[in-house]
Design a protein around this ligand. Structure first.
Ligand SMILES: CC(C)(COP(=O)(O)OP(=O)(O)OC[C@H]1O[C@@H](n2cnc3c(N)ncnc32)[C@H](O)[C@@H]1OP(=O)(O)O)[C@@H](O)C(=O)NCCC(=O)NCCS
Length: 260
């Protein structure tokens, strides 16, 4: 495991059929999910998380080996990793959207703390959404993007602000139990050669969380790190994932009935 957190994307096409790549505990949990949408999303997040962890620690990606990597959840929902039934010295964060899931993996430790990742697509967001969920400064920025870049600028900015908040609220381990306006994002729009651009998330409760964002095709990816003085580099790419820029949003569960 290298010191720098790393991320990877997977989609439904790369996910193995069957459930023998899950541990018995994971299997039992999935069997309790009756609705295909929730079940597919849950599995896809596990597939992204397991492959990211496996590659990060040098394990092979085969059904038997990835079943030894468990992605479990604390009572509040935050994920953690067990390897062969023992808590791993790793931090992980998971997200999925429209048939693609992403995982961020990094070393645990006093300096690293929890990580946050979120995946969204650039999709229609209403004025009401912006008013209800964004701070005044964020609303001003989203409106300026519409003036400057038209409808795509509005949609990108609104979804990016939302995604950044979700990533930060995962770092804080509260998720959407918290008011999204308790964290305010300031976005740097100048992208680096590798596609990442910086953002800063300010929480009245804990201070400044550094973060990064990127847009690949219709996907927006955000990552947030725990509060700290130095700005960490953007996450490295775990080899072996799918290319987000070429990924097509899908909704394969639509129209399917709950499982019997
Ligand atoms: C965190 C949250 C905002 C993500 O929702 P989302 O955008 O619909 O879903 P994403 O795909 O981006 O992320 C889902 C992942 O977030 C992670 N997550 C859930 N709650 C989390 C929390 N409190 N802190 C950090 N990460 C959390 C989980 O890994 C989850 O995937 P998993 O259940 O398969 O492990 C949302 O799940 C939430 O608000 N959770 C807390 C409230 C809640 O309902 N908890 C249920 C208790 S079990």
């Amino acid at each position: 495991m290298q010191d720098r957190p790393a991320w990877l994307a997977q989609n439904e096409a790369t996910m193995p059929a069957g459930l023998d790549w899950l541990s018995p505990r994971e299997h039992a949990r999935v069997e309790r999910l009756r609705f295909p949408k929730r079940r597919t999303e849950h599995l896809l997040r596990r597939w992204a998380g397991k492959t990211a962890v496996a590659r990060s620690i040098g394990w092979t990606i085969d059904r038997a080996t990835v079943s030894r990597i468990e992605l479990l959840n604390h009572p509040g929902g935050a994920p953690y990793v067990e390897l062969d039934g023992r808590r791993a010295d790793l931090e992980v964060s998971l997200s999925d959207r429209a048939g693609t899931a992403v995982a961020l993996v990094g070393p645990a430790g006093s300096d690293s703390g929890a990580l946050g990742i979120d995946l969204e697509i650039v999709e229609s967001r209403s004025e009401g959404f912006v008013v209800d969920f964004l701070t005044e400064a964020e609303r001003t920025w989203v409106h300026a993007r519409r003036v400057r870049d038209g409808e795509d600028g509005w949609q990108e900015a609104a979804n990016l602000a939302w995604s950044a908040k979700e990533a930060a609220l995962k770092v804080l381990r509260v998720g959407l139990r918290a008011d999204t306006r308790t964290v305010e994002v300031t976005v740097d729009e100048s992208r680096r050669a590798d596609g990442w651009a910086a953002m800063v998330l300010t929480s009245a409760a804990v201070g400044v969380l550094p973060g990064w964002w990127r847009r690949d095709g219709v996907f927006l990816l955000t990552v947030a790190y725990p509060p700290g003085s130095a700005r960490p580099d953007p996450p490295a790419v775990v080899p072996g994932g799918v290319d987000l820029a070429a990924a097509v949003p899908i909704h394969s569960w639509m129209g399917r009935a709950p499982l019997a």
